[in-house]
Design a protein around this ligand. Structure first.
Ligand code: NAP
Length: 297
């Protein structure tokens, strides 16, 4: 059985699917296979269970990605835990998921910053679990240089890892994702809308701005197949990516900008991914959701 599905003609299908009007002139409730995909006896009992779903989380051996992988596994999903360097850490995430006795998990070494690595992850997910429902594009890098120090290789490394690879992985995943019900979740940053940004955030924030726009447009495209595409934008989260190169006093000062006077933790972010991946979030599409404890309001 081929898991591939066609991804063409989506926009024209959407506009040609005109819904009938009621006597009052309002559109009748949609009555198509997408609207019924998750029907239950009550709309308020839509489930957040991910039992039987298959998820890939890029960059999930530690930090936010690891927490997301564990969260999805705890909701019942089978998870592909991806890493490049730290096989031991990835195995610990896999064991944590398996020990819950809900979802399954495998660790896959692949460079998610490349097209080949991304394709390998998709192939391994399908080979192991047979299908794909959820793609979380978490892997990213955050270098720190002001304009005068930005060179071509610094720029390219950021755009290759944070924009090009996720875009083409989403493209390769689109025909494989369950339809309806598929989920793509991108990662941006609350800094894209913060006033207090440093000049050396230039390339990092340029890539995150691109991701937010990619996510908006893809939601319109893939939404016609019942696949949602959303972006999560954390505020400062206590991970190696955030701490790298920052003196202690700067980290303290950033933490104090939050009303809770602390940094976010990966576990503060993961539950939103679990929710967006679920049936209960089927009507949340094309959104950029900031998760930052009011660091940016
Ligand atoms: N931390 C924050 O304050 C913050 C705020 C806003 C947004 N974000 C976004 O959240 C995402 C995760 O950030 P984080 O702070 O959790 O990062 P992190 O601490 O650097 O962790 C990165 C994870 O990704 C893996 N990884 C790195 N490059 C990879 C690659 N090319 N292919 C596959 N895996 C790769 C690492 O695996 P190995 O251990 O094997 O290298 C590790 O598991 C990023 O997109 C970031 O921009 C973070």
């Amino acid at each position: 059985m081929s898991p591939k599905r066609s991804n063409t003609g989506l926009v024209s299908n959407f506009f040609s699917a005109v819904r009938p009007s009621t006597k009052e002139g309002r559109l009748a409730p949609p009555n198509n296979k997408y609207s019924k995909a998750f029907s239950s006896s009550s709309p308020f009992l839509a489930t957040t269970s991910l039992l039987g779903k298959v998820a890939i989380v890029t960059g999930s051996s530690r930090s936010i990605g690891a927490s997301v992988a564990k969260c999805l596994g705890e909701h019942g999903a089978n998870v592909v835990v991806n890493y490049v360097n730290d096989a031991k850490a990835a195995d610990e995430v896999v064991q944590a998921i398996r020990s819950q006795g809900k979802g399954g998990a495998i660790a896959v070494k692949a460079n998610a910053a490349t097209m080949e690595g991304s394709q390998f992850l998709l192939d391994e997910a399908i080979r192991t679990f047979g299908h794909l429902d959820i793609l979380v594009l978490n892997a990213g890098i955050m270098g720190s240089r002001p304009l005068a120090e930005v060179d071509e290789s610094f720029y390219d490394s950021h755009f290759d890892t944070n924009v090009k690879a996720p875009l083409f992985m989403a493209k390769a995943a689109a025909p494989l994702l369950s339809s309806p019900g598929g989920r793509i979740i991108f990662f941006s940053s609350s800094l894209t809308t913060a006033s207090t940004i440093l000049p050396n955030s230039l390339c990092y924030l340029a890539t995150k701005g691109a991701i937010e726009q990619i996510s908006r447009v893809l939601a319109k495209d893939l939404g016609s197949r019942g696949i949602t595409v959303n972006t999560i934008s954390p505020g400062p989260v206590d991970t190696p990516l955030f701490r790298e190169g920052k003196p202690h006093n700067v980290i303290e000062a950033i933490a104090k900008q939050n009303p809770s006077r602390r940094l976010g933790e990966p576990d503060d972010i993961a539950p939103l991914v679990g929710f967006l991946a679920s049936q209960a979030a089927q009507w949340i599409n094309g959104q950029n959701i900031r998760v930052n404890g009011a660091f940016v309001v």
